[in-house]
Structure formats: structure tokens, C-alpha cells
Design a protein around this ligand. Structure first.
Ligand SMILES: [Zn+2]
Ligand SMILES: [Zn+2]
Length: 218
């Protein structure tokens, strides 16, 4: 990953100067000298090519390249409000922060409780998709058919319910395809999977219409 700091920029400048000089020399000896020789012997004209001038021109192009790249980096920093909110001074690893996804904060207590319930849910289902136990995915690192636990009434609607939605009654074990379909599918796909889920488990005796409304409003 590219890290925006002074060490890198120095390397960049030195490398560009070196490359400019090398290219200048190469161009001079491989292209201009032979052309000059031919012109001299055939037409008796000399081009009087100056190697120093060529080298300087290429070095100038290298420096110009650095300037444009630095401007691009600065521009990216300015278009990312996340970095500039708290402090005006951008730290040496600011560029690295921009390119990394932001972490979400979640309390350990909530996470562990959810994960434990989910584990019990998928264990209860014998690591099968409860919609159809022929739905196989792959063998996970825990050496069983990979399935995921899904909250039938999504936890995002907790504030609409007086009961706690994070319970085993509200969890179902699904293969990744069924799980993705209920979250990402179109209206028909969601309806199909939800009907199958509802035939297996009806958490808190919710009516199918009420449940469907929640999914279609999501
Ligand atoms: Zn889910
Ligand atoms: Zn499935």
C-alpha cells in the first residue's frame, strides 16, 4: 500500500532524476548519435546535439511528473472529509487511513451475545439450511456445512416491538444463497423465501402480512 510520507517522496525524486538522466543518455547514444553520424557522412550536416540539454529536459519532465502526482495526492486528501474533521494537520500515514475501510465500533458484550445465539441456532439446525437441507454450500473451517443465522424479524425493527427480537425463536439457519436472497433479492425472491421461512417458524405469532411489510419497507 502506498504511504504518503517524506521518505517516499525523496525516493521518488531521486529515482526520477536518475531515470531522467539514464533515459537522456540512452536516447543520446542509441538515437541521436547514429542519426548524427549518418547525416554527417551522407549530407555533411552536423546536428550539434547537447547531451546535457537532453538530460536536463528529461529531468524536468520527471520533476513535473512528481509535481502532478503530489497534487493528485493532495487533491484526494481534500476530497475526503473523514480525515480533515478533527485536525488540520495531516499525519504521515493519512493516506493509508484514507485507503483503509473504516472500522465499526460495537460493544463486545452485544457481539458475544449475538454470536452465541447464532451458534446455538445453527447447531440446533444441524448445520443445515432450514428451508431445504439439500442446500449445501461448503465445509467451513469449523468442519461443517457453512450456514448463517438470520433474524426472521430483522433487528433493525426492534423499536417497533416490545419483545426482545434477539432470541432463538426469531433465528433461523439458512444457506448463504437463501440468506442473500432474503436480504438482496427482488420482491418476488423475498416473497418466495419469506413464505418458506414463515412455514418453518412464526416468531411472536406475527402475521405473514405484517412480516412481509417489514421486508418490503427495508
Ligand atoms: Zn440476515
Ligand atoms: Zn437455502
Amino acid at each position: 500500500m502506498y504511504k504518503f510520507d517524506i521518505g517516499n517522496i525523496t525516493c521518488y525524486i531521486l529515482f526520477s532524476i536518475f531515470l531522467g538522466g539514464a533515459l537522456g543518455g540512452l536516447l543520446f547514444w542509441l538515437v541521436f548519435v547514429p542519426i548524427n553520424l549518418i547525416l554527417e557522412s551522407v549530407l555533411h550536416i552536423s546536428l550539434n546535439i547537447d547531451i546535457a540539454f537532453l538530460t536536463k529536459s528529461l529531468m524536468f519532465l520527471g520533476v513535473l511528473f512528481i509535481a502532478v502526482s503530489t497534487f493528485n495526492i493532495t487533491f484526494k486528501e481534500e476530497t475526503q472529509p473523514l480525515v480533515n474533521t478533527n485536525n488540520n494537520k495531516i499525519s504521515s500515514n493519512a493516506f493509508e487511513i484514507i485507503t483503509k475501510p473504516q472500522k465499526h465500533t460495537q460493544t463486545t458484550q452485544v457481539y458475544e451475545r449475538n454470536q452465541e445465539l447464532k451458534n446455538i441456532c445453527i447447531n440446533r439446525a444441524g448445520f443445515q439450511c432450514e428451508i431445504d437441507n439439500n442446500h449445501k454450500s461448503f465445509i467451513s473451517s469449523k468442519q461443517h456445512n457453512y450456514v448463517e443465522a438470520h433474524h426472521i424479524i430483522p433487528l433493525s425493527f426492534q423499536d417497533k416491538f416490545t419483545v426482545n427480537l434477539d432470541t432463538l425463536e426469531n433465528l433461523i439457519s439458512l444457506c448463504p444463497v437463501c440468506h442473500k436472497a432474503i436480504h438482496q433479492g427482488n420482491r418476488e425472491e423475498k416473497l418466495k423465501v419469506l413464505k418458506q421461512i414463515y412455514n418453518i417458524r412464526k416468531p411472536f405469532n406475527i402475521s405473514f402480512d405484517d412480516l412481509l411489510k417489514l421486508y418490503l419497507s427495508n
